[in-house]
Structures are given as C-alpha cells and as structure tokens.
Design a protein around this ligand. Structure first.
Ligand code: PLP
Length: 217
C-alpha cells in the first residue's frame, strides 16, 4: 500500500512531460513487482548482477535503465537487455558499448554522465570535456547519444544543488542547438533529480527523474 501511495503522490507532483524511472536497486522482487503492477514501466538499476536477476524474475513490460558506474567487462551481460545506459563516463566504456552493439546488431541509446559538482567520489566526465567527448563518439555508429545525466551531491540544503541542474541544462541546450554536427546525437533526455532533489531538478529543466527511496520508503 505504501508503494502505491508513494507513486501516486510523486506522479501528482511531476508534469506529464517528465519521465519517472523507479530505482529498484536493493529492493526485493516483491517490492519491485508491486511497482510494475502499479503501472510503472521504467526501472533503473546500478549493478549488473541485480539487473540480471530482476530482469529474469519481474513479470510485465519493463524498460530497464542502467544508471550506475558500468565496468567495461560487464557491458556484454546487459547490452541486449537495457533501453538506456545513463552512465557513460569514459571513452573506454563507450568503445566497449560500441563493440558489443555491433556484435548484437543493435544501436544502443546512451546518456553521457557529467560530474558537474566535480566531487572526487563521483563518476562522470568533466563539464569542460563534453565537446571533445562528443567528437570522439562521432565515429561510433552503433551508439546514439540521447542526452545527459548527472548526480547532485547529497545535502540537506537542497537549494545549494540548484546550480548543478541549471549548468547541465545549459550544456544540454548548447548541444541540442548544434546536434546536426553529430550524426549520432539526438538530445531528448536530461536525466537529473533523485528523491531528495527531483523537484528542483524539474524546475531547472530535467525531463527524467530517478527515484528510489521516495517510492519504497
Ligand atoms: C540510487 C540512485 C538513485 C535513486 O536515489 P534515491 O535517493 O533513492 O531516490 C538515482 N540515481 C542513481 C544513479 C542512483 O544510484
């Protein structure tokens, strides 16, 4: 009942143009199944092993999102199972996604993770590097860059994170205006905002939020 009520209250707060990805990491199969049974189609996982076990056991139409740091040697396990990889944070990872996508004869949608806050503990490319990064992705024909993702620092003073979201939105818009320069870039998704900060993120232009605790707790 808690899950259903939580989902209803989140949905009431977000405009229809914002997609909700429910982060199912560390939750039991029963909990995750309840989310799907309540009409959620987007689930996010940050560990390959957890994604695989839920992938096999959850019933229903689910689009699986990979949202955590992805080791190159594990790309092969999820490449044919995910609809979007939010967390592309290195050229080496992009190259492996390209290689595995060719093997599976598919085009893989990705987001570039940007470490706007520059926290050492966070993955993601630096904001200054995004142009070079896009340039390097240009030749990877089985990769589609669908947008950007970031994780804001956790803080009680959530207003302090607002600049993180507005800076990423600025970069997103810049790339969007110039996307014609890249055959494999089609800016559609700005993935930012979690339980703590999704309202601020949406306020600053997010169109995809990733919510875990707010759904399950
Ligand atoms: C865990 C996680 C979330 C969800 O965080 P909550 O605070 O539980 O909403 C979102 N994005 C990423 C990348 C995560 O690892």
């Amino acid at each position: 009942m808690k899950i259903k009520t939580n989902l209803e209250s989140i949905k009431k707060q977000i405009p229809p143009s914002v997609e909700l990805v429910v982060v199912s990491k560390n939750r039991t199969l029963d909990e995750v199944q309840e989310v799907v049974d309540n009409g959620i189609t987007n689930l996010g996982e940050n560990r390959v092993q957890q994604l695989l076990s839920k992938y096999d056991n959850i019933k229903g139409d689910v689009n699986w999102h990979f949202i955590g740091h992805l080791q190159t040697n594990k790309v092969k396990y999820i490449i044919d199972k995910v609809c979007l990889i939010h967390s592309v944070d290195s050229l080496k990872l992009a190259q492996e996604i390209q290689r595995q996508s060719v093997k599976h004869d598919k085009i893989t949608d990705i987001l570039i993770q940007i470490n706007v806050s520059k926290e050492k503990s966070k993955y993601g490319i630096n904001i200054e590097e995004y142009e070079d990064f896009l340039e390097s992705l240009k030749q990877m024909k089985n990769i589609n860059v669908k947008g950007l993702m970031t994780i804001a620092p956790y803080t009680e003073k959530i207003e302090e994170t607002r600049y993180i979201f507005s800076e990423l939105k600025e970069i997103y818009d810049k790339i969007k205006i110039n996307e014609i320069a890249y055959f494999n870039v089609e800016m559609k998704t700005l993935s930012m905002g979690m339980t703590n900060d999704y309202l601020i993120a949406i306020d600053e232009g997010s169109n995809m939020i990733r919510v875990g605790r707010g759904v399950f707790e």
